[in-house]
Design a protein around this ligand. Sequence first.
Ligand code: ATP
Ligand code: MG
Length: 373
Amino acid sequence: MFGDFFKPGGLPVFRNFSRILPQGGILGVDIGTASIKAVELEAPSAQGMPRFRNYGILESYSHLDRLNTAIQTSGLKMLENETAELLKNLLHHLNPKFKNVVASIPSFSAFTSLLEMPALSGRELEQVMRYQAQVVVPLPLSEVVIDWTPVGEYTDEKGVKKQQVFLVSVPKETVAKYQSVFHQAGLTLKALEIEGLSLARVLTRGDPTETAVVDIGARSTSILVAENGLLKYSAQTDFAGASLTQAVSSGLGVSVRRAEELKKQKGLLGQGGEYGLSTLMLPFLDVILSEVRRVKDNYEKSYRGKIERVMLSGGGANLLGVEKYAAMQLGLPVMKADPWKQVEFSPEIAPVLAEVGSSLAVAIGLGMRQFSS
Ligand SMILES: Nc1ncnc2c1ncn2[C@@H]1O[C@H](COP(=O)(O)OP(=O)(O)OP(=O)(O)O)[C@@H](O)[C@H]1O
Ligand SMILES: [Mg+2]
């Protein structure tokens, strides 16, 4: 998505992106608020899956100490130069073979909408989308780049064939910032896409089960609905991993760093004296889960869907005991996201990869994009 916009000579809004022919491999880079993650994938040999080469995670603890030093914030104050320095640091350790990048933009810096319209294609669909975008996108079209993907078809009550089209628009200013960051780090940014699209691809491709993906990051939680690799709906809340850490820190009167350690060690499973830990975190987790319930209800009401399961992704999915608790609260099957199903890797590194899977899901989905038809 948005790959065309890096071509010289302007911004061809409403052109479908023609994929870059995968040559060799690609780096998927996910710049979160608290970390940068990169995954290097090699092109599949024949009809196979892309091959995993390496990964790198650079975690910044500074977001815990001071709010405004997060790598990026929901006001999209991504600090270009600082981010480029962090990226260079990560690359120094990763030493990637490939310099072409597909990167993600947090869903909160994009405007997305699921539109329903008659089953059109080609030029006709383009015209309708141009009109629809003017109506729904909150910024003038001259200030944003726009892309869209048909994500589903259905026949309405009157027997008319209709389709659902997922529209994404991103401010041009945001695109320019990302270009600058990767350029400074000596990489070539080939395409940008919102992280929800990458998650939908990596977690639901080839699976028609309508799934709510809950990506619990440090500063924000994204809640998506996806099926068959396609993103259908996306929402977001500011309650996330840092809210749980903060609750432990103020509840126990310990530093945020200590609280972060305790959270990671004990999760919701602490016994006896540590029992207090889950008591402190649960109200915040409940806010996230009630948001999931709200998204489920909205989606099912508005788009005739039926969400059958929940996948937890992002660093917050590693909270011990969270799957069981969420399943109980939501009354749905809940599982931890496993992005490794979509790539090949040597079996001996499987245990290491399993631990970082939910954190790397976005980066893997970004890399996969280049090898998708
Ligand atoms: N084992 C663990 N148990 C509980 N929480 C964890 C664990 N490991 C990581 N986390 C939490 O996950 C969060 C970071 O998740 P992630 O790496 O997905 O964030 P991010 O992508 O940088 O942030 P965002 O998506 O908000 O921009 C932090 O709040 C961290 O405390
Ligand atoms: Mg994230």
